[in-house]
Design a protein around this ligand. Structure first.
Ligand code: AMP
Length: 254
């Protein structure tokens, strides 16, 4: 695997290369099997498979959440090598934000609900960094997880709106044996919290309950519910267990 420690290194190594079989999986590191499913798909469909690891500050509205984001670069590198990834890019802040915080990509409808309602600027940060990563890699296939369904939907809309020559591929959520969506944030849960978190998906998927009933059951169990809502043929939830914010969504089946 080629490890490019900066955008500049990547640009130098990749100039003139064939972009048609170039796939990209953007990540924030602390990799797990959820990322693994996107990466395996990318490796199987592209001669050149690129992973980026970048914890993007512009999408965190809470500095503690950013500061506590897990960092496991050496393990991540070993994992990516075992999956057969050809290129890892580690962009530097000063390269992605040479203009500081003055130029953004924004969306005015779907980004204002669910995770965008209380996290002002979150999707602006996400869309801006994804636009940068797609443009600098020139990837033609880019893989996103439906665990972050709102993000997947917004990135798909952005690529269409800006005529970007890129296909966005959405991958199903990978869960543990109890149904909990894998997430880098799960590492921060205590064993009691983990037990509760593992009950969330079953509740969300129970179509005999409405969203108010789900939210009140979660509160009774000790979650602090941010939202539980149905949209776009899916049911979404975001809830805190202590400091840890968990999200999940399922397709509606009724
Ligand atoms: P992150 O590192 O959290 O920004 O995630 C990078 C990509 O992996 C995003 O497209 C996520 O939606 C995806 N992802 C994270 N967890 C999972 C999961 N459990 N199942 C499927 N995709 C996931």
């Amino acid at each position: 695997m080629n490890i490019h420690g900066s955008v500049a290194e990547w640009m130098k190594a990749s100039s003139g290369g064939d972009v048609s079989a170039r796939g990209l999986v953007p990540t924030m590191g602390a990799l797990h099997e959820g990322h693994g499913s996107l990466i395996r798909q990318c490796v199987s469909e592209n001669a050149q498979s690129i992973v980026t690891i970048y914890v993007n500050p512009t999408q965190f509205e809470n500095p503690d959440d950013l500061g506590n984001y897990p960092d496991s670069l050496q393990d991540d590198i070993r994992y990516l090598e075992s999956l057969g990834v050809t290129d890892l890019i580690l962009p530097q802040y000063s390269e992605l934000y040479p203009f500081d915080f003055t130029i953004f990509v924004d969306e005015s409808l779907d980004s204002k609900v669910l995770c965008g309602r209380n996290r002002v600027g979150h999707f602006k940060g996400v869309l801006s960094v994804v636009m940068k990563l797609i443009n600098l890699t020139q990837a033609r296939q880019v893989y996103f997880g439906k665990k972050d369904y709102q993000q997947y939907r917004l990135v798909s809309k952005m690529v269409e709106a800006y005529f970007m020559p890129t296909r966005i591929i959405g991958m199903d959520t990978v869960r543990d044996e109890y149904g909990l969506a894998l997430s880098s944030r799960n590492r921060r849960l205590s064993s009691d919290q983990l037990e509760l978190a593992r009950k969330m998906n079953r509740l969300l998927a129970d179509m005999s309950l409405n969203t108010n009933q789900i939210a009140s059951q979660l509160s009774d169990w000790g979650f602090q519910v941010d939202y539980c809502e149905e949209r776009w043929g899916r049911r979404f939830v975001a809830a805190f267990l202590g400091e840890v914010r968990l999200i999940d969504n399922v397709e509606m089946t009724r």
